[in-house]
Design a protein around this ligand. Structure first.
Ligand code: HEM
Ligand code: NAG
Ligand code: NAG
Ligand code: NAG
Length: 321
């Protein structure tokens, strides 16, 4: 009898140890979260993302950015999607998002379709953002990864935190490293995730300073940018973040090596030894970039999720239920 109890104790201990040592899914998130609850959910998201990207390629970039701006503000909890009310100061009007974050209508469309195919609201808006980001990257020719799921939606938003925690384009490398560090992310995550700027566009007001004031900028590149982003006015004129804004390729990193990064914060990645080493490696090795990008997207998606009975599953991503 004593032997049997000892044996059982050992079995439990070894099971516990193996769970700990492999730590399969951090924070309670798992790629299989909806497999039984609603297996139609992920295919529905993919369908709508593909349609939206087909209609406008930039939408893929915009949806990827939404997930980033959600995760960096008190975790990936769908807070960026909430509209203003008497008690909610929408993050949509925070400086990094105002007149800049886009794609909210596509997220609404996904939510309506997912709730329809599932028969009830079981998929969180925070998970929709994470899956739509992955499907967007895939739609533009980038890597795929298993998105961990089971996030729940916040009942609050914070414009102040959005202003403080989303990195700004005038930051230098130490500020960027510190900003990512506060989210538990490392230099490698910073360099790999900045590769998201291989797709999409930026408005004149975000890169004007660089074209007039930075010394680490290719002169012909700067001159060309200044021709449609002058000292004053034209604030919302667009420039692509790399030469192929609808292809998830390595040109973003190649451009950094020739001082053709669009944002001051992009070019900053070439100003420190360990970041520059990664830039060089990603510039000629798309497999390394893809692998690290996918890994870092999972790490970013793990930031402070609400799980279990925390938060809620919204039935409309713009409103608390
Ligand atoms: C490292 C610090 C970062 C800074 C300072 C930064 C800043 C910016 C700025 C200023 C824009 C242009 C916005 C506009 O003009 O409206 C932009 C666009 C974009 N950002 Fe970042 N970003 C950073 C990191 C990231 C990360 C980590 C991701 C995703 C993983 C990301 C994804 C994007 C995408 C896809 C766009 C294009 C969006 C579109 O065309 O709609 N960025 N970013
Ligand atoms: C957001 O942008 C609009 C339009 O440019 C502007 O009127 C408004 O003041 C901005 N909101 C905040 C909170 O800065
Ligand atoms: C541009 O530079 C000015 C002066 O250094 C600074 O106050 C401002 O924040 C910068 N703007 C951007 C968008 O980088
Ligand atoms: C360039 O930097 C100077 C100060 O060094 C600043 O006064 C000026 O506003 C900057 N130019 C732009 C376009 O922001």
């Amino acid at each position: 009898m004593a032997f049997l109890i000892l044996f059982q104790a050992l079995l439990i201990l070894s099971l516990a140890a193996s769970t700990l040592s492999t730590r399969p899914y951090k924070n309670g998130l798992t790629p299989y979260f909806y497999d039984y609850v609603c297996p139609q959910a992920l295919p529905a998201i993919k369908r709508i993302v593909e349609g939206a990207v087909q209609q406008e390629q930039r939408m893929g970039a915009s949806m990827l950015r939404l997930h980033f701006h959600d995760c960096f503000v008190n975790g990936c909890d769908g807070s960026i999607l909430l509209d203003s009310t008497a008690t909610i100061e929408s993050e949509k009007f925070a400086a990094p998002n105002n007149n800049s974050a886009r794609g909210f209508e596509v997220i609404d469309q996904i939510k309506a379709e997912v709730d329809r195919v599932c028969g009830r609201p079981v998929v969180s808006c925070a998970d929709i953002l994470a899956v739509a980001a992955r499907d967007s990257v895939v739609a533009l020719g980038g890597p795929s990864w298993k998105v961990r799921l089971g996030r729940r939606d916040s009942t609050t938003a914070s414009r102040t935190m959005a202003n403080n925690d989303i990195p700004a384009p005038n930051m230098d490398l130490p500020a960027l490293i510190n900003n990512f560090k506060r989210q538990g992310l490392k230099v490698k995550d910073l360099v790999a995730l900045s590769g998201a700027h291989t797709i999409g566009f930026a408005q004149c007001f975000t890169f004007r300073n660089r074209t007039f004031n930075d010394s680490n900028i290719n002169q012909a590149f700067a001159k060309n940018l200044r021709s449609y982003c002058p000292r004053t006015g034209s604030d919302s004129n667009l420039a692509s973040l790399d030469p192929t804004p609808a292809r998830f390729d390595t040109l973003y990193y190649n451009n950094l090596l020739t001082q053709k990064g669009l944002l001051h914060s992009d070019q900053a990645l070439s100003t420190g030894e360990s970041a520059l080493e990664l830039v060089k490696s990603y510039s000629h090795n798309y497999e390394a970039f893809w692998k690290d990008f996918a890994k870092s997207m999972v790490r970013m998606g793990n930031i402070k999720p609400l799980t279990g009975n925390q938060g809620q599953i919204r039935s409309n991503c713009r409103r608390v239920d």
